[in-house]
Design a protein around this ligand. Structure first.
Ligand code: FES
Ligand code: FES
Length: 179
């Protein structure tokens, strides 16, 4: 049985205290040493946006940013996250405003049931952090580890390109104002 698959299957083991930055807040959390980052986020911190689709690193529903890289949180033990900076889907929204990617997903019908969406959003966010004008192929590569069983991927490609265009315009406007 995989550690930390769900709350009921978790057996009591040593408790550890972990300090990390989650969505901009330094957070201290007590959890079981064998818990995954995924279940520490969901069960101990109530950040249930991150989903468990397979518990085995195959579906991408649990992707979060750890120190600026997308990571399958079901494959990382919580103690390994000590001292890291984590961004979950809840951290994409800023000042009560959805991230352009989140809005674009809605505008382009990039989801139906939405189960894969949090992980998909984080993988796309990671892509846009390093590439402000990704091609269709680059987007498909970035989400190659994110499985969607009901919508398909074209809406996601459209959403990422729409959000990328919006972010480029925003950055250009900021540069002009700064001059
Ligand atoms: S739940 Fe982590 S990859 Fe599927
Ligand atoms: S929107 Fe349902 S699995 Fe992707």
């Amino acid at each position: 049985m995989l550690p930390g698959k769900n709350s009921e299957e978790r057996k009591p083991v040593d408790e550890v205290e972990i300090k990390l930055n989650i969505n901009g807040n330094v957070t201290q959390v007590k959890t079981e040493a064998s818990t995954t980052l995924l279940y520490m986020l969901r069960d101990d911190l109530g950040l249930t946006g991150t989903k468990d689709g397979c518990s085995s690193g195959d579906c991408g529903a649990c992707v979060v940013m750890v120190d600026n890289k997308p990571v399958n949180s079901c494959m990382m033990l919580a103690p390994q996250a000590e001292g890291t900076t984590v961004i979950t889907v809840e951290g994409l929204e800023k000042d009560d405003e959805l991230h352009p990617l989140q809005r674009a997903f809605g505008e382009t019908w990039a989801f139906q049931c939405g189960f894969c969406t949090p992980g998909m959003l984080i993988s796309c966010y990671a892509l846009l952090e390093t590439n402000d004008d990704p091609s269709r192929e680059e987007i498909l590569t970035a989400i190659a580890g994110n499985f969607c069983r009901c919508t398909g991927y074209q809406g996601v490609v459209n959403a990422v390109q729409r959000a990328a265009a919006e972010l480029r315009t925003k950055n250009e406007d900021t540069e002009k104002t700064d001059v």
